[in-house]
Design a binder for this molecule. Structure first.
Ligand code: DGL
Length: 275
């Protein structure tokens, strides 16, 4: 058995760091290995086949680093690749390992945030087209109406560090107006893309009156804590030295200069080439 068995955390780029930050805050005792596939981000506009293929490669790389458990801290990958990986690939390649996503933990609790039963979902085009949120929310809260809005320009704004600039205001307003036009009664709006928390202040300015903004990081962290409690055999396998290692498929220098915006602290990464 490998001595270090970190929890793997994966995103197409930097967005998953907003989730990692909450995982480390909630469960600091574990080791974590983060992989950002920055060289191939964004995933949100890519086909199902491509997102599945890229995500599987990254998950397998994390498995080779000794991770017994991998969190897809990316809604797009959770929407387009998770089910196939769980049902088709894991039994063949790593029956003793687990891969979890961010959609299910969020949809399990979303009912707590709405009184009107009208929920807005802001996500990448890929996540919206997958229908994952309406399908999953229907399972837990059949009476909730879900209104989705794709925001294809937000991830590029964030990845290029333009999200704080005045030019971003135009695209925030545009997508928020489109969401609000779908229903006047939306009272809870979910940031269903791990990049969007960086734009939360701008987004909050355009929320429907009296509604609240839901951010996933803490929800996912709470759900992981609960999962580990319910699966002691997995919990025992996760090593506990409080170490964090970060890897990127693109330039480590670029990763390090952007990462603190997402993680809140400086990080040092290592470049990897996927086989
Ligand atoms: N952060 C990813 C998500 O949560 C999407 C980013 C991308 O388009 O690559 O959906």
């Amino acid at each position: 058995m490998q001595s270090s068995q970190p929890i793997g955390v994966f995103d197409s780029g930097y967005g998953g760091l907003t989730v990692l930050k909450e995982l480390v805050a909630r469960l600091p005792q574990y080791d974590y290995t983060y992989l950002g596939d920055n060289a191939r981000a964004p995933y949100g506009t890519r086909s199902f086949e491509t997102v599945y293929h890229y995500t599987l490669e990254c998950v397998q790389w994390l498995f080779r680093q000794g991770c017994p458990l991998v969190i897809l801290a990316c809604n797009t990958a959770s929407a387009k690749a998770l089910r196939t990986i769980q049902q088709h690939d894991l039994p063949l390649i790593a029956p003793d390992k687990r891969v979890l996503g961010v959609i299910r933990p969020t949809t399990e609790v979303i009912g707590k945030y709405t009184k009107t039963g009208k929920v807005g979902i802001l996500a990448t085009r890929g996540t919206v087209l997958s229908g994952s949120y309406p399908i999953e929310i229907e399972k837990f809260y059949p009476s909730i109406d879900v209104f989705q809005q794709a925001c294809p320009l937000w991830v590029p704004l964030v990845e290029n560090n333009e999200h704080d600039k005045p030019g971003a205001d135009y695209f925030v307003k545009e997508y928020m107006e489109l969401l609000k036009a779908q229903s006047p009664d939306i009272d809870a709006v979910l940031l269903a893309c791990t990049h969007y928390p960086l734009m939360r202040d701008k987004i909050a300015r355009h929320l429907p009156a009296g509604s609240q903004l839901i951010v996933q990081g803490e929800i996912v962290a709470e759900s992981l804590a609960d999962y580990l409690q319910r699966h002691p055999e997995m919990e025992r396998r996760c090593s506990r030295n409080g170490q964090l290692r970060c890897f990127t498929t693109d330039s480590a220098e670029d990763f390090d200069s952007h990462a603190s915006i997402f993680y809140g602290k400086a990080l040092q990464s290592t470049h990897i080439v996927l086989p």
